[in-house]
Structure formats: structure tokens, C-alpha cells
Write a protein that binds this ligand. Structure first.
Ligand SMILES: *Cc1c(COP(=O)(O)O)cnc(C)c1O
Length: 387
């Protein structure tokens, strides 16, 4: 019997080592990791930039309180906000915490309570972030939610225009819904979002926790769109596996988060900031993300080609290296088959196989993964036909 709370339906495999896209389990079997720890290990396992930063900073200084100045935090904030609408960063330790900060900031800044979010969204597991989330299964059993979230159908401009009013503090959305099943926001919907926010003085919060730090082929997914957000939240990919999150915001929000208004013990420690800085210096450098965009297009095209005539596949969608294959059958059953065949993927939404390889994935690895997916889905097709 395990000594852990059974909060996760864990697969019966335990990994001992990782390098790049490869994971090796305790029995020495190797796997292609197309999960990246769910969009976390964007530079692949054991990448030398964050590894060297961890070693060097680990020898110098791990933690000081946020009662003191922190040069590494300042430097990381500067890189994250450079050439963005944002001027300021608040560092924390996870995605949910970044969203909590965003929700608190938006409410306090506007003096208003309502925050509009969307069905199928995922914003985290803390109480406000859970309340913001548009999925009943996340909330089941936890009693009354934080009440001021209005959760609307996604990509429904009319519903948004009807709900957005003088009591609305913010609209909060994922540009591509990740956990919800790789569901992109439609350009016309985003135009309506930006317009209604501008008109009614509503803050726009983009949750870039899954899509940010290069995952979609740009630094942040909103950069593919016409949006000019007031606040963005990042976490997952920021530390390549070292826990760190951040909320980014425009300069006029500065006074709202004055001394004593919000805080955290661990957030942005020298160790976390040094690792995060090495990650973003690598991913945001000239040329890195155009390669991500190219290899993402290659993966998308290969999947479209190889799976085109398989009736088990309903749709393939996404951007960069955040790709979902929507199937007509359970994604978790397919994920188990892929695992047995040495390929790790994550189910999302209903029936979506989510592919998020490290941004450093090679063309060879892409080919190998597509072959495995093709083979496993062929088998599913045959099973479907015989039953
Ligand atoms: C993972 C995720 C979160 C929550 O992040 P945690 O670090 O697990 O708290 C929030 N929003 C989105 C879009 C996510 O993908």
C-alpha cells in the first residue's frame, strides 16, 4: 500500500533518469517524453543552461527573504517583461499562486468583484483559482466556490458582451485552453474580448501558465493574437522543473500591490530566479523560437498526413509544440497504449491526446513519435472495426 494520498491516478512506471526528450525508468527501459512534465521541462531534461545555473547559484546562495533586495529577481523580471505590455513582475512558486495574485490584484485595483472566465478553462487548484476554473470535476465536493466568477461559454462573444458590466474587474482566459483539450480562442472572439475590456475599463488577464515560455512558438501565446493584456501569469516552463511562477502586469498596477498587500516566503528566491533566468535567456534568444515554430509545424503536418485516413481521429489542433489530437475514443486508453510503446503523452479534455515535447525535440524524435502514434491508432481503428 502506498504511503501517498491517492490524488493522482499514477501509471505504474517510475523514472530514474532523463536527458533531452528521453526518460529512462527504474528497469532501464527508455521512453520518448512528449509531456515535458506537462509543459514544464521546455528545454528538455538535464539541459545545461538551467543545470549550470542551479549548480552555480546552489554554491552561492539559495534563499533570502523578500524583505531584502534581490538582483536576480530584478534581472528575471526585466527579461520576462522586455518588449511586452508589462513592466512589473511578482514571483511565486506555482501557476495557481500566480493566478491568485492576478485575481487579488485585479479586484483590489478596480474595486470591483466580478471576474469573467470560461468553460473548459483550467486555472489551478487553490480556492480562487479553482473557483475560476470552468470544469465541474475540479470543484466536486469542495462546497461553495468563491462566488464572483462568471463562467461563460468559450468563444461566445455574445455571452461575453451580455455579462461584461460596470461590476466586472477582469476577464481571464487561456489563449489556447490546455487542460480543457487544446481549444484555441477564435480571433473574432479575442477581438470582442479586447474591445469590451477597453470600452468598459475591464482588466484583461491571460493565463499563460501552460502556453507561455515558448510553448506555442512565441514567448507568450497572446503574441500570436491582437490582445494587449494588462496581466499575464506564467509558471510551468519558467523553471524547467524548478518550481517558480510569476505574475506580470502593467506599470499603472504598481501602487495597488504596495508593501504588505501580497507576498510569499519562497517566491523568486535567488536559486529559483537564477534557474528561471537561465531558462528564459535560452528560450528568448534570437532564433530559438523560430526553430520551435518550424518543428511544431513539422509535427503538425506529419500528424495531419499520417493520421488523415484514420477514422479514430476527429481533429488535430494547436500551435507550436502544444498539439492536441482529438479522438473518437478515450484518450486515456490510447495514452496507456502509447506508454507501453515507449511514448509519453498527456490526455486533455475529453478524448484529446496532448503532445508537448520539449522545445529542443529533434526531427528524428518527432518522426519516431508520429510512427508510434500512427501504429497505436491503427490498432485502435482495427479494434473499433471488429467490435
Ligand atoms: C497547470 C496550470 C495551472 C496551475 O498551475 P499549478 O502550478 O499546477 O498550480 C493554471 N493554469 C493553467 C492554464 C495551467 O495549465
Amino acid at each position: 500500500m502506498s504511503s501517498l494520498f491517492p490524488t493522482y491516478a499514477r501509471k505504474p512506471v517510475s523514472f530514474a533518469e532523463g536527458k533531452g526528450t528521453t526518460l529512462i525508468d527504474e528497469n532501464g527501459k527508455s521512453y520518448l517524453d512528449f509531456t515535458s512534465g506537462i509543459a514544464v521541462v521546455n528545454l528538455g531534461h538535464g539541459h545545461e543552461a538551467p543545470l549550470n545555473a542551479l549548480k552555480e547559484q546552489g554554491e552561492k546562495l539559495w534563499h533570502v527573504s523578500n524583505l531584502f533586495e534581490n538582483t536576480l529577481q530584478e534581472e528575471l523580471a526585466a527579461i520576462l517583461t522586455q518588449n511586452t505590455p508589462f513592466d512589473l513582475a511578482f514571483f511565486c512558486n506555482s501557476g495557481a499562486e500566480a493566478n491568485e495574485a492576478a485575481i487579488k490584484l485585479a479586484k483590489k485595483h478596480t474595486g470591483k468583484n466580478k471576474i469573467i472566465t470560461f468553460q473548459q478553462s483550467f486555472h489551478g487548484r487553490t480556492f480562487a483559482a479553482m473557483s475560476a476554473t470552468g470544469q465541474e470535476k475540479i470543484k466536486a465536493g469542495y462546497g461553495p466556490m468563491v462566488s464572483e466568477f462568471a463562467i461563460l461559454p468559450f468563444n461566445d462573444s455574445e455571452a461575453l458582451l451580455n455579462e461584461a458590466d460596470e461590476n466586472t474587474a477582469a476577464v481571464m482566459l487561456e489563449v489556447i485552453q490546455g487542460e480543457g483539450g487544446i481549444i484555441p480562442a477564435e480571433p473574432a472572439f479575442l477581438e470582442a474580448v479586447q474591445e469590451v475590456c477597453d470600452e468598459k475599463g475591464i482588466l484583461l488577464i491571460v493565463d499563460e501558465i501552460q502556453t507561455g515560455i515558448g510553448r506555442t512558438g512565441k514567448r507568450y501565446a497572446y503574441e500570436h493574437t491582437i490582445l494587449t493584456p494588462d496581466i499575464a501569469t506564467v509558471a510551468k516552463g519558467l523553471g524547467n522543473g524548478y518550481p517558480i511562477g510569476a505574475m506580470l502586469g502593467k506599470s499603472y498596477l504598481r501602487e495597488t500591490f504596495g508593501p504588505g498587500s501580497h507576498g510569499t516566503t519562497f517566491g523568486g528566491s535567488p536559486l529559483a530566479s537564477a534557474v528561471g533566468k537561465a531558462v528564459v535567456q535560452t528560450i528568448f534568444q534570437e532564433g530559438f523560437l523560430s526553430n520551435t515554430e518550424n518543428i511544431g509545424n513539422l509535427l503538425m503536418n506529419m500528424l495531419q498526413e499520417e493520421l488523415a485516413d484514420n477514422p479514430v481521429v476527429r481533429e488535430i489542433r494547436g500551435k507550436g509544440l502544444l498539439i492536441g489530437i482529438e479522438c473518437t475514443i478515450s484518450a486515456s486508453a490510447i495514452a496507456d497504449e502509447l506508454l507501453n510503446s515507449g511514448l509519453l503523452v498527456v490526455p486533455a479534455g475529453t478524448n484529446v491526446i496532448r503532445l508537448l515535447p520539449p522545445l529542443t525535440v529533434t526531427i528524428e524524435e518527432i518522426k519516431q513519435a508520429v510512427e508510434t502514434i500512427k501504429m497505436v491508432l491503427e490498432k485502435q481503428r482495427t479494434l473499433q472495426q471488429t467490435t
